[in-house]
Design a protein around this ligand. Structure first.
Ligand code: A2P
Length: 316
């Protein structure tokens, strides 16, 4: 069956800005690889780059972005740059974003995301851990993700970011943000989402509430294990494309932004060349989780941050 190619689309955010629905993910990209990957991506046509404080590669992202802007006719406003505040920074978002902007050598980012829904202790480095390897968090009763989000939203008026959002969140916690009167709704949520963890409920909930969802680890993270799934391989053969193309095309077909990470030039180019999938294939892939469900990325927290709402601070 001949594949119909699909261009990158701009999705409208609930604050009027637009976001390209394919981005280069940069987690685990070393500083040198990251520079080359971002440069290759921008030259290939990517206009959306996703990084984070904790990836320790903001300097490389910023160098590549600024070099590319100097060498091309593309303007800063044509790009969409995301970074993330680490949980150890949650109590002081202004200093956190200023430090990220300094590393990125940018005046603003397009999207600033809270990396998790729990704050960590400060003063013990980027990833504070206890003796058993658990992340050292601050009790949500003392300082919750809602408290952090309330501080974060001030960064928009200061011009440091156009939009804010939150990662690794679930439906009850998004609902809590939407229902809290003095909070602006998140423009974006970013979660692990792929055929083994399709998060149908979260995707539908966000669609109904006008929040754009970003899918990280769309290939199953390191080693891209999803690419060996028999259904994905079969659909790829049907269209004459790679399994990666199918997994990523499925993500955009259901309206999510997709963030494939690669430092390999050929793959970076392939990962933006997506196709239209038939509705029947979208649904076939959307049902794979009934045979195989897997979350690949789980930080060691002492509280269940992914599934439960136990880390809410009870309303006072
Ligand atoms: P590499 O960076 O060496 O190219 P995810 O986006 O789910 O986090 O997956 C990232 C992993 O998938 C990395 O190991 C990356 O390897 C690999 N990868 C990315 N794109 C492709 C592709 N088109 N085909 C095969 N593997 C890929």
């Amino acid at each position: 069956m001949p594949a119909k190619h699909k261009s990158v689309e701009l999705l409208k955010l609930n604050n009027g800005f637009s976001i390209p629905n394919v981005a280069l993910g940069t987690w685990k990209a070393s500083p040198d690889d990251c520079y080359n990957a971002v440069m290759t991506a921008l030259k290939t046509g990517y206009r959306h780059i996703d990084t984070a404080r904790i990836y320790r590669n903001e300097v490389s992202v910023g160098r590549a972005v600024n070099d590319f802007l100097r060498q091309s006719d593309v303007k800063r406003e044509d790009l969409f740059i995301t970074t993330k505040i680490s949980p150890y920074e949650f109590q002081d978002p202004e200093n956190a974003i200023l430090a990220s902007l300094e590393r990125l050598q940018l005046d603003y980012v397009d999207l600033y995301l809270m990396h998790h829904c729990v704050a960590e202790v400060t003063g013990e480095g980027i990833t504070p851990r206890d003796e058993n390897g658990y992340r050292k968090h601050i009790s949500p009763e003392v300082f919750s993700y809602v408290d952090a989000y309330r501080l974060l939203q001030k960064l928009i008026n200061k011009g440091y970011t156009k939009s804010i959002g939150i990662c690794n969140i679930n439906v009850p916690k998004i609902q809590r943000l939407l229902e809290t009167k003095d909070l602006i709704p998140p423009a974006v949520v970013q979660c692990e989402i792929h055929p083994y963890l399709p998060q149908h409920e979260l995707v539908e909930f966000c669609k109904a509430n006008n929040v754009v969802v970003e899918a990280y680890s769309p290939l199953g993270s390191t080693g891209a294990p999803l690419l060996h799934d028999p259904v994905i391989v079969e659909v790829a053969q049907k269209y004459g494309v790679t399994p990666a193309c199918v997994a990523l095309s499925w993500a955009v077909a259901r309206g999510t932004v997709v963030l494939p990470k690669s430092t390999t030039a050929e793959r970076i180019k392939d990962n933006i060349s997506l196709i239209e999938l038939d509705d029947s294939d979208v649904s076939l892939i959307g049902n794979i989780y009934k045979r195989m469900t897997k979350r690949y990325l789980e930080s060691k927290w002492k509280i269940n941050v992914y599934e439960s709402d136990a880390d809410f601070r009870p309303p006072t």
